[in-house]
Design a protein around this ligand. Structure first.
Ligand code: ADP
Ligand code: MG
Length: 256
């Protein structure tokens, strides 16, 4: 077989085997290894390692895309000294992700602008980096999607998609009250997640007010029961970070 024939065949086989990085790099790496007089197994090892690394990087990018964070935030950009009410030690422990192995939930409670969504997103980001499947939802958006999918007879499919995640983030419970059907569907999600996957919920509402969004005492009780059976609660109280930044800017302007 001629050299060009065998390289054509090799390229074909590598495509079939779905080894794009090997395909892209086998020639240039062969030159490098020839120069270095590296043995064949060493060449093969380096080539395969590149394929693996590329695969892991792509999978991580895909997980991050699939999580649909509205804005990607990480713990590095969170200033804990600006929000002393947040238990930093507890939060950093949660970043390790063990709570997901135990199917425990995390609840961020506090007023607006205190960094709840930021911290919830950063937890999700860390989970993605650990190879877990994560999905972020604004609670209102999720409930709308649930109601629509029920109308289109796609509810089971959506529920199935939700269940496939290791972690579901439900952001901003409490800003808009749900319809009766909406509250029941949300309860369904929480109920199916119970002891199967972890939930991270952010809310501005203390527990006693949850009935205002869920509608009935019975449903609220049942939801809280499941959500808080195994839960880590982080309180983020104090002033709004946004408001403070805006005030700072205003003060700086005045003193100019
Ligand atoms: P909440 O969800 O509690 O209303 P957000 O997480 O949306 O608050 O925070 C509002 C904005 O302020 C976001 O852009 C967030 O990144 C930023 N922010 C809030 N707290 C902090 C903090 N302590 N350090 C850095 N950025 C913060
Ligand atoms: Mg928020």
């Amino acid at each position: 077989m001629s050299g060009s024939q065998s390289s054509l065949l090799l390229q074909h086989h590598l495509k079939q085997l779905k080894l794009p990085t090997v395909l892209r790099e086998y020639e240039s790496l062969a030159e490098v290894c020839a120069k270095e007089r590296a043995a064949y197994p060493e060449y093969l090892l380096r080539l395969v390692e590149r394929e693996l690394l590329d695969r892991e990087r792509k999978a991580a990018e895909r997980r991050l895309r699939d999580a649909r964070f509205p804005v990607v935030k990480t713990v590095d950009s969170f200033d804990f000294s600006a929000q002393p009410s947040v238990n930093e030690q507890m939060y950093r422990e949660l970043l390790q992700g063990e709570y997901m192995d135990k199917r425990e939930n995390v609840l961020f409670v506090g007023n607006s602008g205190t960094g709840k969504t930021h911290l919830a997103t950063a937890l999700g980001f860390a989970a993605c980096a650990q190879g877990r499947r994560v999905r972020f939802y604004g609670v209102t958006g999720l409930v709308t999607e649930l109601l629509e999918s029920r109308e289109n007879r796609r509810l089971e499919r959506l529920m199935g998609q939700l269940c496939r995640n290791h972690l579901l983030i439900l952001d901003e419970l409490g800003y808009v009250p749900f319809s009766k059907a909406g509250a029941e569907l949300l309860f369904d999600v929480v109920s199916r997640a119970y002891e199967r996957q972890s939930l991270v919920v952010t809310t501005n509402l203390p527990f006693e007010n949850w009935v205002e969004v869920m509608g009935t005492e019975r449903l609220t009780g049942a939801l809280l029961d499941r959500l808080t059976h195994r839960v880590h609660i982080l309180e983020a109280n104090g002033e709004s970070y946004r408001l403070r930044q805006a005030q700072k800017r205003l003060r700086n302007k005045k003193s100019e």
